[in-house]
Structures are given as structure tokens and as C-alpha cells.
Design a protein around this ligand. Structure first.
Ligand SMILES: Nc1ncnc2c1ncn2[C@@H]1O[C@H](COP(=O)(O)OP(=O)(O)O)[C@@H](O)[C@H]1O
Ligand SMILES: [Mg+2]
Length: 268
């Protein structure tokens, strides 16, 4: 039986008004249900692709559909289904809110006005915070948290929100190692327990390559797609990241070393 793909793009091109083509000739299809990673160097169009899925950027050519809905025309339906965690630099860390307000916001925004949190909302929000090991910071001011804690709160907000697709743009960037591990484990646990799709943009596949089902490698167009092992190919990595890219094997797992992502790479 044919099922509707999670994401289907055909000849998709996206151009910023003030720029060159950020994406061109993007054609791929990914089946539901999946935990998928979108990888590629800086500027390869990863964020642009997520925004195209959400209808925040319109295709200059081709189309992209999310569970059958056209992102250009039917973006309202898509946004109802999606819980989106934007890239860190797009969120102000100074918002004078408490952790609980941030986590509850995802649920409240999907309700009609006069948005009041019910007992169930609070319970779900607390459970989401527990998954990232921050339930004790429920009443804590958000701006006082470390970068890694803030990322964990934003992931908790996505976990607490309704919608069958989770889109996270570089949720590990700017997070300390322990926070990275907590985020990855929380997403994995949530994915295993719930029939949700997770689409995670990352410039470093290493922390998640043993968990994800599909990988899309971008460099303004599709460079590779498939099982993580299929894109962990030396030829392909060097083509995308340059000649110094390497693959090493440790304890039965392959790891990529690229200019963008090394073993001890942190964003600060
Ligand atoms: N608002 C914008 N205006 C013009 N060009 C942009 C804008 N945002 C991104 N770009 C360009 O589009 C390309 C892809 O960007 P982006 O999708 O953010 O890449 P990534 O998320 O993979 O780092 C880059 O060359 C970037 O400079
Ligand atoms: Mg980006």
C-alpha cells in the first residue's frame, strides 16, 4: 500500500531576495515514520530547507510537500502538525520568562485565545522537563540558564507540544557535552515511545548517527540520502567537506572528522 511520504521535494529551488540560490534541484522523498538528520557544511541550505518545509520561504522552482501538504499553499496545515525548534541564534535569551512559561508556551499557542494552562498541560510540561533532567528548574528565570540548559528547555517545549512532526535546527549547538547527551537521549526515548517524526538539522552527525534512520546530506543540493552508513562514505565526505575529511572507526562505529565537526568540537 502506498503511503504518503513524510517529505517529498521535487526540483526544489529557493532563492533569497538578496542572494544566490540557496537550494537548487533538490529532489528526494523520505517515508514516515522516521528519525532523520539533515547534515551539511555551514551555508549548505539546511535551515533554508526547514523553512521551505514550513512555508516560511517560498520555492522559486519545484515544490516541497510535508505529509502530502504543499508547503507553498497549505502551510497552515503543516504548521499545525509541526513543532519547530529554531536555530539558537534566532531566539533571544533575554526574554524575561520562567522555564515553565517557555515549556507551556508550545501547548498554549495551539489553543484558542484566553490561553490558560490546564492541570494536564502542566503535567505534560513537567514530564517534558523531566526528560531533559530539568524538572527542578520549573520556576527558574530562563535568561539565567546556561546555553546547554536553554537548549534543553527548548527541546522540552517541543516534546510537550502537540504535533506529529518535530523539526529541530541544530539543537546540540552551543550545548555542553552533558546537555548534548541528554538531548539526544530524550529525543531517542520520545521517538521510541511515540509515533512522531523527528527531523533534526545538525552539522555534526557523530552524536546521533547510530540512532537516526535516514540522513540527508546537503550542499545546496542533495549530495547523499539514505541510511547513515551510506552517507558515511569517504569519497562523498571529501566531496562535501573537502580533502581533509576522514572517517575513523572506534568500537565498531564509524565517525566522521570534518573541518566542521570533530570529536571534541563545541560551538563555543
Ligand atoms: N536571509 C537571508 N538572505 C540572504 N541570504 C541568506 C539568508 N539566509 C541565509 N542565506 C544564505 O543562504 C545559504 C544557506 O543558508 P542556511 O540555510 O542558513 O545554511 P545552513 O543552515 O546549512 O548553515 C547561505 O549561503 C546563506 O548565506
Ligand atoms: Mg542553519
Amino acid at each position: 500500500m502506498a503511503t504518503t511520504p513524510l517529505i517529498e521535494a521535487e526540483n526544489l529551488a529557493v532563492k533569497y531576495p538578496e542572494g544566490d540560490l540557496a537550494l537548487f534541484d533538490v529532489t528526494f522523498s523520505i517515508d514516515s515514520t522516521t528519525f532523520m538528520a539533515i547534515i551539511g557544511p555551514n551555508g549548505s541550505g539546511k535551515t533554508t530547507l526547514l523553512k521551505a518545509m514550513l512555508g516560511l520561504l517560498k520555492p522559486t522552482d519545484g515544490f516541497i510537500r510535508v505529509l502530502g501538504f504543499d508547503a507553498k499553499r497549505e502551510y497552515k496545515m503543516i504548521r499545525k502538525m509541526v513543532r519547530y525548534v529554531p536555530q539558537r541564534d534566532q531566539i533571544k535569551a533575554t526574554v524575561p520568562m520562567k522555564v515553565k512559561d517557555i515549556v507551556l508556551m508550545g501547548r498554549l499557542l495551539k489553543k484558542p485565545p484566553l490561553r490558560v494552562a490546564s492541570g494536564k498541560d502542566v503535567q505534560i510540561a513537567k514530564d517534558a522537563l523531566r526528560r531533559v533532567d530539568l524538572e527542578n528548574l520549573w520556576n527558574h528565570p530562563f535568561p539565567e540558564l546556561s546555553g546547554g540548559q536553554r537548549q534543553r528547555v527548548l527541546v522540552a517545549r517541543a516534546l510537550a507540544t502537540e504535533g506529529q512532526i518535530m523539526m529541530l535546527d541544530e539543537p546540540l549547538s552551543g550545548a555542553d557535552h552533558d546537555s548534548q547527551v541528554l538531548i539526544v537521549e530524550a529525543l531517542q526515548e520520545y521517538y521510541n515511545e511515540n509515533q512522531v517524526n523527528i527531523i533534526m538539522v545538525t552539522h555534526d552527525l557523530n552524536p546521533i548517527h547510530t540512532l537516526v534512520k535516514d540522513v540527508l546530506m546537503l550542499n545546496r543540493t542533495v549530495m547523499g540520502i539514505g541510511h547513515p552508513c551510506a552517507v558515511m562514505d569517504l569519497e562523498l565526505l571529501r566531496q562535501v567537506y573537502g580533502p581533509s575529511a576522514k572517517i575513523v572507526e572506534l568500537a565498531g562505529h564509524k565517525y566522521c572528522i570534518t573541518g566542521d565537526s570533530g570529536f571534541d568540537h563545541h560551538d563555543h
